[in-house]
Design a protein around this ligand. Structure first.
Ligand code: ADP
Length: 648
């Protein structure tokens, strides 16, 4: 590859991921083709935002062209549609970087998965953020002419591609600062040469853009001499001929009554690069100790990188209407990283930098206020639109759960937003802790839960048997984060959370006196058996005892009160973490025919073998792998053979 510092014309290949996107865009995006305009206007608006920010401290960047805006031009004769801005612009290196590569990690995997899907729709592709490349939905060739603010006129750059494998870049003279994207429209996209159509699209998608979008006034010819004007680079401030065709006001500064749902939705799509409308939003103007406008959105879909460290998170920060930065992470806690939106503060200095945001009192105040707002918004959604809330929960619930550990101040609020699958719910996580408590019997004083790798495994865990029999509801926890959740959420509304697979299960509150007595009696009765089994198993178990949990299975393993459960041990092991050795407790079901039979075999030679098989089975049922599965199979088969021999 040639050196980027050259001024020569170079031909370069697109990064593989870009090639894939272009392929998807040109071959799969048949619906909503018009969104290319929104994407390009959105990019122009971002470029203007950046220039305005730069010009706050360095007005020289405005050159002789201080009126910021976007101009859309139509050239019917040559089938050209041009979107021109006088924003920040790009230099040669940046244009190669920004319009030829994608830096986001995980893109490759995501694209590969998407390409393999049969029925991809534009929404799926859109979720990824088609952005600039959407120009190729309607164009068979795109040229981008740009000059970065502050660079001399002879350091403009022209980028040209037909959207296949490569593009060219060349250094050019460009009079005006900023970027023009010139679309050579495909035959079937000629409808976009109609000014009326374009104006409608601007209203539909870009009304909220806070910069003016100018178009030639109807019946006025765009240019006397096309060729000449191209060379000269038109000036943008040609107010006689051009009219503003959008509302050109920052949406968050307008009163709520003046904004339609459609406009909120379009604004969301502009800032989030999401195709789908948001699930909910909250728009607030705050005066008092802190003065700010906030507009916060809950997306409907999860971004593909929700669990990746470098996911773009945080809010867009404006200070007194001037854009300061994207993804201001300090404005929201990690567990709300799915929230999109804007904060426009009157209290910060315009020259605030990312570093200055740290340990900044105003930012701290904004962060706790926005956190509250989001939690309130979710609370309202849960109350007024439970269906939508369930949808939110299935998409982002596991992320919100992190908040219980992360945000001590709002722990109770977050806890009330949690939803669980339980033994009494359908296979859906839609039971709140408040619902659970409301359904508890008079004698129950704890919130019972079981953790496992999957909800199905949790639902089938042997420890649940007695709870089923007694009709006691149990939460089924199977998200990775759940083990940490229960560590940090020890109680809710005065009821403590209790694992059903830990400790000596104290169901006294649920039992009557007779049950209690009966259990004590059974324990004494089976003491010789439990002692013999413990002797047979040795150090493999901490204890062997008679169970109160089982009705159908012969045995199960449980963890001691202060030990880690099998599920969390597996998680830690998978994460490569060393953990303290903790042995399980084996519990036997005294009513099970196998245990009754075993009781008669206390003194026999096979007791050790049977005990080992019981333990291995219980470990398997708990969802843990056996240390030596082959040994288990051999042992079982040999006992089986003996049995067959006896009956033959
Ligand atoms: P995104 O906007 O999601 O970053 P795009 O593919 O739309 O993705 O654009 C890639 C990058 O190209 C932008 O982030 C920006 O840096 C640059 N870019 C695109 N359009 C313009 C423009 N009109 N002016 C300046 N830079 C632009």
């Amino acid at each position: 590859m040639t050196d980027a510092s050259t001024t020569q014309k170079q031909t370069r290949g697109f990064q593989a991921e870009v090639g894939q996107i272009l392929h998807l865009v040109t071959h799969s995006l048949y619906s909503h083709q018009e969104i290319f305009l929104r994407e390009l206007v959105s990019n122009a608006s971002d470029a203007l935002d950046k220039l305005r920010f730069l010009a706050v401290s360095e007005p020289k960047y405005l050159e002789s062209d201080p009126e910021l805006g976007i101009r859309i031009e139509i050239d019917k004769e040559n089938a050209l549609l041009t979107i021109r801005d006088n924003g920040i612009g790009m230099d040669r290196e940046e244009i190669i970087e920004h319009l030829g590569t994608i830096a986001k990690s995980g893109t490759k995997e995501f694209l590969a998965a998407l390409s393999a899907q049969k029925n991809k729709d534009s929404l799926q592709i859109g979720q990824f953020g088609v952005g600039f490349y959407s120009a190729f939905i309607v164009s068979n060739k795109v040229s981008v002419r740009s000059r970065k603010a502050g660079l001399p006129v002879d350091q403009g750059v022209e980028w040209i591609s037909s959207g296949e494998n490569e593009f060219t870049v060349e250094t050019i003279h460009k009079q005006t600062r900023g970027t023009e994207v010139i679309l050579h429209l495909k035959e079937e996209a000629k409808e976009y040469l109609d000014a009326w159509r374009i104006k409608n699209l601007v209203h539909k998608y870009s009304d909220h853009i806070s910069f003016p979008i100018w178009m030639l006034k109807e019946n006025e010819k765009f240019s006397e001499n096309e060729e000449e004007s191209k060379d000269k680079d038109n000036e943008i401030t040609d107010a006689q001929v051009f009219e503003t065709v959008n509302r050109a006001q920052a949406i968050w500064t307008l009163p709520k009554s003046q904004i339609s749902d459609k406009e909120y939705e379009e604004f969301y799509k502009h800032i989030s690069h999401d195709f789908s409308a948001p699930l909910a939003w909250a728009h607030n103007k705050v005066e008092g100790k802190l003065e700010y406008n906030s507009l916060l959105f809950i997306p409907e879909r999860a971004p593909f990188d929700l669990y990746q460290r470098d996911m773009a998170k945080g809010l867009k920060l404006y200070v007194k209407r001037v854009f300061i930065m994207d993804d201001a992470e300090q404005l929201l806690p990690m567990y709300l990283r799915f929230v999109k939106g804007v904060i426009d503060s009157n209290d910060l200095a315009l020259n605030v930098s990312r570093e200055l945001l740290q340990n900044n009192e105003v930012i701290e105040g904004l962060r706790s206020a926005t956190t509250r707002r989001v939690l309130d918004l979710l609370e309202k959604l849960a109350k007024d639109e439970p269906e939508k809330y369930n949808q939110f929960w299935s998409t982002f619930g596991a992320v919100l759960k992190e908040g219980v550990a992360e945000d001590f101040a709002n722990k109770d609020k977050i806890a009330s937003l949690l939803r669980f699958e339980t033994t009494q719910s359908e296979t859906k996580a839609n039971v709140s802790l408040a619902d659970y408590i409301a359904r508890m019997g008079d004698k129950q004083d704890k919130i019972y839960y079981v953790t496992a790798d999957t909800a199905a495994a949790a639902r089938n865990s042997p420890q649940l048997e007695i709870f089923r029999q007694k009709g006691v509801e149990v939460l089924l926890l199977s998200d990775r984060v759940d083990e940490w959740l229960v560590v940090h959420l020890s109680e809710f509304q005065g009821k403590s959370l209790q694992s059903i697979a830990k400790g000596a299960l104290d169901l006294t509150a649920l039992d009557n006196e007779e049950d209690k007595k009966a259990h004590e009696q059974v324990q004494t009765e089976f003491k010789p058996l439990t002692t013999a089994v413990k002797e047979a198993l040795g150090a493999a178990v901490k204890e062997v005892r008679i169970s109160q949990r089982l009705t159908d299975s012969p045995a199960c393993i449980v963890a001691d009160e202060d030990d880690m459960g099998g599920h969390v041990q597996r998680l830690l092991k998978a994460a490569g973490q060393a953990m303290p050795e903790s042995k399980p407790i084996l519990e036997l079901n005294p009513n099970h025919p196998i245990i009754k039979r075993l009781d008669q075999e206390k003194g026999s030679a096979e007791l050790a073998q049977w005990s080992q098989i019981l333990l291995d089975q219980a470990i398997l049922a708990d969802g843990s792998p056996l240390e030596n599965p082959a040994e288990f199979v051999t042992r079982l088969n040999s006992l089986w053979k003996d049995l067959l021999g006896k009956t033959a």
